[in-house]
Write a protein that binds this ligand. Structure first.
Ligand code: BV8
Length: 251
């Protein structure tokens, strides 16, 4: 489906000093990675993602939670970056100094060529142990099939259980990532918010910080979100449709 992107947005992007692309799960939807609020498919349909993505769920049933993350990690490994990821990486070439801030725990921005995405909620590819030193763990790629319970490995340094390297609900965001994201949002002149429902905090503050700092906030989402009211422009379309059109108008 052709999306009409106002030509003025291309000029705005081209003339920007610094662009921030703030992304959520909708960015990876067209790569076949389910969004956070999609009904969890198959085996996971009877669980609530927000209940599984917590320290309490892991401590109550490590095999269930580890199995869920291994199932998600295998899905991401099989996925490819979509045209939205590629267009996002091209923005960094078009406007040097631009940066991606992502809530996603996949590695699709990196695989599309984005240099150093800021991961506010960690990564599926950075498991660590729950011991005091949080030793990074090297977890082999397995095929968990449709998922199911998988006992988490033990740390080879201290023997503690290994956990996914993501930020769970109730856990603090990595301070360095959060500070870098706030600095980028405060100093950009355009922020694109792409594929996020804008309901999880403090990440959802990022577009507001940009707007309050004088940036033009442009939203790319097929649906309305709470962020609509702080956006100068709401492009009702998908990441893989809109972002390539936006970049084409900026070249
Ligand atoms: C914390 C990693 C405190 C794990 C995730 C106020 C202030 C601070 C905190 C809170 C607060 N109020 C409540 C809280 C607590 C909580 C919170 O925000 N709860 C919500 C539910 C109200 N926040 C926290 O717990 C955070 N921690 O505050 O700690 C603290 C302080 C000091 C000391 C100790 C503690 C931690 C939150 C991080 C949770 N981890 N992910 C994992 O992945 O398993 S969150 C997870 O959901 C995602 O990472 C993402 O951030 C979030 C929302 O998902 P989205 O990315 O937006 O995806 P979603 O499915 O919701 O929407 C998809 C969108 O895409 C839709 O709009 C759809 O229309 C659109 N779309 C679909 N297809 C496409 C598309 N768009 C474009 N193209 C398409 N093709």
């Amino acid at each position: 489906m052709q999306i009409d992107v106002p030509a003025t947005l291309g000029a705005t992007l081209r003339g920007a000093r610094r662009v921030v692309v703030f992304t959520g799960a909708g960015m990876s939807a067209e790569s076949g990675v389910p969004t956070f609020r999609d009904d969890l498919t198959g085996l996971w349909s009877r669980f609530d993602a927000e209940r599984l993505a917590t320290p309490e769920a892991f401590h109550a049933d490590p095999d269930l939670v580890w199995g869920w993350y291994e199932w998600r990690r295998a899905r991401v490994r099989r996925a490819e970056p979509n045209p939205g990821h590629l267009a996002t990486a091209e923005i960094e070439t078009l406007v040097p100094g631009s940066v991606v801030i992502t809530q996603n725990v996949d590695d699709l921005h990196e695989r599309a060529g984005s240099r150093a995405p800021i991961h506010l909620h960690g990564s599926l590819f950075a498991p660590r142990c729950i011991g005091e030193d949080a030793h990074p763990a090297d977890v082999p790629d397995t095929d968990p099939g449709d998922g199911g319970r998988i006992p988490p490995p033990r740390c080879t340094h201290c023997g503690a259980l290994v956990r996914p390297g993501v930020v769970w609900f109730g856990e603090q965001l990595p301070i360095a990532a959060l500070n870098a994201a706030v600095e980028a949002a405060s100093s950009c002149d355009v922020l694109l918010t792409v594929g996020t429902s804008g309901v999880v905090y403090p990440a959802a503050e990022i577009p507001r910080i940009a707007m309050l700092s004088g940036a033009m906030v442009i939203q790319v989402n097929p649906e309305p979100t709470p962020l609509d009211r702080i956006c100068a422009v709401n492009l009702r379309g998908t990441a893989a449709q809109v972002l390539p059109a936006l970049i084409a108008s900026a070249r």
